[in-house]
Design a binder for this molecule. Structure first.
Ligand code: ADP
Ligand code: ASP
Ligand code: MG
Length: 448
């Protein structure tokens, strides 16, 4: 709850995969929407997992795209997709011709023979079913969400087309995850991208609040799959969200804030299965009040490689960094962090980018470009980000952080304190990732 919240008139609600997984859950979604008339625009994901070991519709559709590419036919995976949607419509007892829709969709998947097109059909079909259940119009994201020639969202066109499409519609369902590229072909966001679609619709609708409905009661201070029942974060700033989601807290896609940021629209994470729970507010600076906590949250990711470069008097050598960056540019490599010292410099890179001999080529090129005294590689590194506006205000935060990690007998391989003073990044061996998260969580969140 923030100052002025009472005037909320328009909410855009995005429902994730678990919320859309079966007929019973769709009815939960309907009840949530019916309970508040401000909830006018709905963005849906494809049906996700119903139980552990189940397969998400989107994964089945990627499999379908592979089948079409390799055999010219849809296979087993698409049969499962059809059965899931038939099951949902049956469960809901809906008067809706799902057979014709599935038949048409199958034909299009074969004709298009495109991974993005196939993957997008999960959201398309679930949007069609949701619109029928609610008895409100369906808006195909293809007509309103546009990407430019560089593959980036064309914000200006998208917001204007979407505003036009919403005009005169008091309520509507929009399919998440996809749009159309400059050639008129369907293109998806990266995985989890329906969160971005929700933010785009919130912006275009001039929403007062973007509600993101998922299967946890808010943004938690740590990954609940690693630390059991972590504390809920009551409120966090856009900046803290960006750091945490980028570093692996995938409850919300890390790019979701961009569309809402310029319009100062708050995001609220809510639990479809416990709608009465308060959730988490993600607030622009104008609405955010410092909570007093030292650390707001902790997140992390595995599988990074550190390229460590040492050379005496590196700092005095004009153009040194430029030359090393030139090597990375040549190989089209992006890096996450670049901690540096007087005579040392490291690059932390997602290991995925360095496969198939790329790392070796980069090392050769760096040697040729700057003749380092020492070039070392550390792989299988996990990064842990400790994030919070309170860290710069409270003396001794890093002492507590490193004390906790050392106390667990874990060796720190890399440290980077972001210039935003909002985070400290710690690198440890992959095998110590879970233990480090637990130790850091206990230090800052468990009362002694
Ligand atoms: P949806 O399908 O609704 O988009 P996601 O699976 O993308 O849901 O995101 C919700 C999941 O994110 C949770 O079930 C949880 O396991 C995981 N998660 C990881 N880090 C966090 C965190 N810090 N707080 C809450 N959930 C988290
Ligand atoms: N269905 C897509 C995925 O599984 C997008 C989303 O759910 O946000 O990644
Ligand atoms: Mg998600």
């Amino acid at each position: 709850m923030w100052k002025g919240e009472k005037s909320v008139m328009i909410k855009v609600c995005k429902f994730g995969g678990t919320s859309m997984a079966d007929g019973t859950n769709l009815l939960r979604v309907k009840a949530i929407l019916d309970s508040d008339e401000a909830r006018r625009y709905v963005v849906v994901s494809a049906p996700g997992k119903r139980f552990g070991g189940d397969i998400k519709i989107t994964d089945l559709l990627y499999e379908t795209a592979k089948d079409v590419r390799e055999t010219g036919r849809t296979g087993e995976a698409f049969e499962k997709v059809k059965d899931r949607f038939r099951g949902i419509v049956r469960e809901l007892n809906l008067d809706f011709d799902i057979e014709t829709l599935l038949l048409g969709t199958e034909g299009e998947i074969l004709r298009e023979n495109s991974e993005d097109f196939a993957a997008s059909r999960g959201e398309y079909l679930s949007g069609r079913v949701m619109a029928a259940l609610l008895g409100i119009p369906f808006i195909d994201a293809r007509a309103v969400v546009k990407f430019d020639a560089a593959g980036k969202l064309d914000g200006e066109r998208t917001f204007s087309l979407l505003r036009e499409a919403l005009k005169g519609k008091p309520r509507a369902v929009v399919a998440g995850f996809y749009g159309e590229d400059y050639r008129g072909k369907v293109k998806t966001f990266s995985r989890g991208g329906s969160d971005i679609s929700g933010a785009i619709v919130a912006r275009a609708a001039g929403a007062d609040l973007y509600e993101n409905w998922t299967d946890v009661s808010g943004f938690l201070a740590c990954d609940p799959r690693i630390v059991p029942s972590p504390a809920r974060i009551t409120a966090l700033s856009y900046k803290e969200l960006r750091e945490l989601s980028y570093m692996g807290a995938d409850v919300l896609h890390s790019e979701s804030i961009f569309p809402v940021r310029e319009a100062d629209i708050p995001i609220r994470i809510k639990n479809t299965f416990r709608p009465e729970d308060e959730g988490t507010d993600i607030l622009p600076t104008s609405k955010y009040r410092f909570t007093g906590r030292t650390v707001t949250g902790i997140a992390g990711k595995k599988n990074f490689t550190v390229i460590f470069i040492e050379k005496s008097l590196m700092n005095a050598e004009i153009g040194f960094t430029h030359k090393v960056l030139g090597v990375l540019f040549k190989h089209n490599i992006s890096f996450e962090h670049m901690p540096s010292g007087i005579d040392t410099m490291s690059f932390v890179i997602d290991s995925e980018q360095l496969k198939n001999g790329v790392l070796e080529e980069i090392c050769e090129d760096i040697k040729a470009a700057v003749s380092p005294n020492n070039l070392r590689i550390y792989d299988d590194i996990a990064l842990i980000a400790v994030v919070g506006h309170g860290m710069s205000r409270n003396v001794g935060t890093s002492a507590r952080l490193f004390g906790a990690i050392a106390g667990a007998g874990i060796n720190v391989r890399m440290i980077d304190q972001g210039s935003s003073e909002l985070n400290i990044i710690v690198g440890v061996d992959n095998e110590n990732y879970e233990r480090t998260l637990k130790a850091v969580y206990d230090e800052f969140f468990t009362e002694a």
